[in-house]
Write a protein that binds this ligand. Structure first.
Ligand code: GAR
Length: 192
């Protein structure tokens, strides 16, 4: 039997193309909805997308996120069942990891454990993959712990690379995989 009325909170710092895809995927879902989109950047395009979709937004700064635990009250108000990091670049503080054990997921644009860790995000990852002459790349969806990109892997998908691919072309291939897989994997995690 499917669980009733589960709520997601999406954390995103940037463009939010994954967040948009997730919102679209769950728009008509019978039991899962996106309740809240959180960003550390007031000007992030993802917040405008959220407003247009009628989804609550929250802008956070470092003192609020790292020196208080007030976000827990905001999340409990829905209540939020799963935290989804979709291009969110801040480290998740311990109190939040402990409050949501195996209930925080992140998408990373490489095949972890390769090309992960602090400073490895976005185009930095794809440039490193290109520089290493890799024949393939991909994406990883994993649970989040208190270290960058180290939580248990939930799902990976790979794509072949041509020596002619530049970092932008690698990024486009990987992003297409993220858009295809992230929302269904979130649905599976919530079903467990
Ligand atoms: C995505 O490719 C995601 O994997 C990456 O940021 C991009 C966000 O794109 N995340 C990281 O690098 C985290 N280490 P989007 O804003 O268009 O969804």
């Amino acid at each position: 039997m499917s669980k009733q009325n589960q709520h997601l909170a999406i954390f995103a710092s940037g463009t939010g193309s994954n967040a948009r895809q997730i919102v679209k995927y769950f728009e008509q879902h019978p039991s899962i909805s996106v309740a809240l989109i959180i960003s550390n950047k007031a000007s992030a395009p993802v917040l405008e997308m959220a407003r247009q979709a009628g989804i609550d937004t929250l802008v956070i700064d470092r003192p609020f996120f790292y020196e208080s635990e007030d976000i827990l009250k905001k999340l409990a108000a829905y209540p939020v069942d799963l935290l989804v990091l979709a291009g969110f670049l801040w480290l998740i503080p311990g109190y939040l990891v402990q409050a949501y054990p195996n209930r925080i997921v992140n998408v990373h644009p490489a095949l972890l454990p390769k090309y992960g860790g602090k400073g490895m995000y976005g185009m930095h990852v794809h440039r490193a993959v290109k520089a290493a002459g890799e024949a393939e790349s991909g994406m990883t969806i994993h649970f989040v712990n208190e270290h960058y990109d180290e939580g248990a892997v939930i799902f990976q998908a790979r794509c072949a690379l041509s020596p002619k691919d530049d970092a932008e072309q690698i990024a486009a291939k990987v992003l297409a995989l993220e858009h295809h897989h992230f929302a269904p994997v979130i649905e599976q995690v919530l079903a467990k």
